[in-house]
Design a protein around this ligand. Structure first.
Ligand SMILES: [Zn+2]
Length: 95
């Protein structure tokens, strides 16, 4: 029986998006007196940061490593094994 494994990574696209988001927020702050600057840059920066956090957290199957759409998935789409309810983070089991 497979388990759902919670994964997170600070490397890769998620980190890049968060960094770009923060850059946009900073630029918005620098261009605050132009009014139009923060209006465009702040929502963009917040969106990029949220997208980055979403991209750096995911769930996968402990058997085959297939990325799952969420922790409520019952059967792994990759190896078709039944997934347990609990989530394992870095080998630490919550029972
Ligand atoms: Zn699997």
């Amino acid at each position: 029986m497979a388990e759902i494994t919670g994964k997170s990574s600070v490397a890769g696209i998620g980190c890049l998006l968060i960094f770009l988001g923060l850059v946009c927020l900073m630029l918005g702050l620098l261009t605050i007196f132009s009014i139009i600057g923060p209006l465009i840059l702040w929502p963009l920066g917040i969106w990029l940061s949220i997208a980055g956090i979403g991209a750096s957290l995911w769930y996968e199957c402990s058997e085959c490593g297939t990325r799952l759409s969420g922790k409520r998935v019952k059967v792994c789409p990759g190896c078709h094994s039944e997934l347990r309810r609990w989530v394992t983070f870095y080998g630490w089991k919550r029972r």
